[in-house]
Design a protein around this ligand. Structure first.
Ligand SMILES: *Cc1c(COP(=O)(O)O)cnc(C)c1O
Length: 464
């Protein structure tokens, strides 16, 4: 027998003093590296007890680096979105404009007048900040910004309709995803759901017949991620508002728009997606939407409406729990300024992607194909469709050119791309791995084109 194998393991301090670990300790801190090293050495001793040969010191260093990184490296990372879904909820929704990023940075690095009235020299309200821009752009009397649209809907329902009946069409009892189901949101708000009409057809008279002295609100919800085709009928906001106003006292109408676009989607060959200002003009008393869908701003919930209603919302104690962060307000203001200037389609990434021309996308896909062909990778180009996403325009696509890579194991290539740094998210279309240039940022192209060959070779060579 040779010398005691346990003796071949370094002591804890000897291991930690290896120069190769200096960087790891600087990044993750001595205490966390020490704890992982201790349990790594415990594991190595257990392996020796079960008859394995002891790892070399170099091997221990590599294992320790892997362990520490797996345990403590930040898990939220930038990724490359090659799916062609522009507002992708799983991939962080809207990207911010340069102006919005700058505004966030400025307000994060400096004191601000977040809750300070500069003219009066005393305490002010954070809820005033984006209000003038929002009312100017939408025609609403007043506005309130909260954390997200789920909070906006919840707050509005609780304030206007707690303990009362809320009438909604059966065709609008939707689940948005991520735990947002209209019937559950109503229950949480202690409102009583009154369903009217049928899944495909609801008429004004259905609402009219359902109104009682207990009715607190008429609710219209954008169907978002699904669409009924064929024999359908729904009641628009102006008809609903007309009905609600004939009642005494008038019943408020809440329109949850979801994606909340300020721009018209039709010039891009898409169907009409209800615009915020159209809903306000049609007479909705309250309109809610997300900041990070088609508005192209930060995560936020925007509530627009009549001043008396918005004032009540501002006073409601729950508003404090949903309050919006200063960096969010800064980004929202900067995003809205682009709409005010009329430069949103140039400045806001989501709208730059929506308005990208089919020729420009085809040209980018051809450049990608040439670069990969030069590296000996066989790819083809094919017409395809990009989706707007964000619960808007379901089933509708924008024409694009896809780069297709056929491989025996497309799902293995997808997994290798996801394991890349930065991770790359693509999809499978007709058994090929498909990359859509629409959502890949120009500055990410070099990384993408280098990653594809290396990920492909990793999946076709025999696993080691
Ligand atoms: C997306 C959406 C919501 C939820 O908005 P969040 O900002 O994700 O909280 C609510 N209602 C509709 C109609 C939506 O499309």
């Amino acid at each position: 027998m040779s010398a005691n194998p346990y003796r071949q393991l370094p002591g804890l301090d000897a291991l930690l003093s290896r120069p190769a670990l200096r960087e790891l300790i600087a990044r993750f801190g001595r205490d966390s590296v020490r704890d992982e090293a201790r349990s790594l050495l415990d594991d190595a001793r257990a392996a020796i007890r079960s008859g394995q040969i002891p790892p070399s010191q170099d091997e221990l260093v590599v294992r320790l680096q892997d362990r520490v990184r797996n345990a403590f490296a930040p898990s939220l990372l930038p990724v490359i979105n090659a799916t062609g879904v522009i507002v992708h909820t799983n991939l962080g929704r809207a990207l911010l404009s340069d102006a919005a990023k700058r505004a966030m940075m400025e307000v994060a690095s400096s004191y601000s007048n977040l809750e300070y009235d500069l003219a009066a020299g005393k305490r002010g309200s954070r809820y005033v900040h984006a209000e003038a821009l929002l009312t100017r752009l939408t025609g609403a009397e007043a506005a309130l910004v909260v954390n997200n649209n789920a909070a906006a809907v919840n707050l509005t329902l609780r304030t206007l309709a707690a303990g009362q009946e809320v009438i909604i069409s059966r065709g609008e009892l939707v689940e948005i995803g991520g735990g947002f189901r209209i019937p559950d949101i109503l229950a949480q708000s202690s409102a009583v759901l009154v369903e009217v009409g049928t899944t495909n057809r609801t008429r004004l008279v259905d609402y009219e017949n359902a109104i009682t002295e207990h009715t607190g609100l008429l609710l219209k919800v954008h169907q978002s991620n699904y669409r009924i085709i064929g024999f359908t009928e729904e009641v628009g906001i102006s008809a609903l508002a007309g009905l609600a106003r004939r009642k005494s006292p008038p019943i408020p109408v809440l329109h949850d728009l979801g994606s909340g676009t300020l721009l018209d989607t039709r010039p891009y060959g898409l169907a009409y997606e209800p615009r915020v200002q159209d809903s306000v003009a049609a007479g909705a008393d309250v309109v809610t939407f997300s900041g990070d869908k088609l508005l192209g701003g930060p995560q936020a919930g925007v509530i627009l409406g009549r001043k008396a209603i918005i004032d009540r919302l501002k006073r409601q104690p729950l508003t404090r729990a949903f309050r919006v962060d200063k960096t969010t307000l800064a980004a929202l203001q900067a995003t809205l300024m682009a709409y005010l200037r009329g430069t949103a389609t140039e400045e806001i990434p989501a709208w730059r992607m929506i308005s990208a021309s089919a020729e420009a996308l085809a040209q980018r896909a051809r450049t990608w194909a040439d670069a990969l062909t030069r590296q000996g990778i066989r790819v083809t180009l094919a017409p395809g469709g990009s989706a707007v996403g964000g619960g808007s325009l379901p089933g509708q696509t924008l024409p694009t050119t896809l780069l297709l890579l056929r491989t025996e194991h497309p799902h293995r290539l997808l997994a290798a791309l996801r394991a890349h740094t930065p991770p790359i998210i693509a999809r499978v279309e007709e058994d090929a791995v498909a990359f859509d240039p629409r959502t890949v940022l120009p500055e990410q192209e070099t990384i993408l084109l280098a990653a594809i060959p290396s990920c492909l070779h990793g999946t076709v060579s025999p696993a080691k």
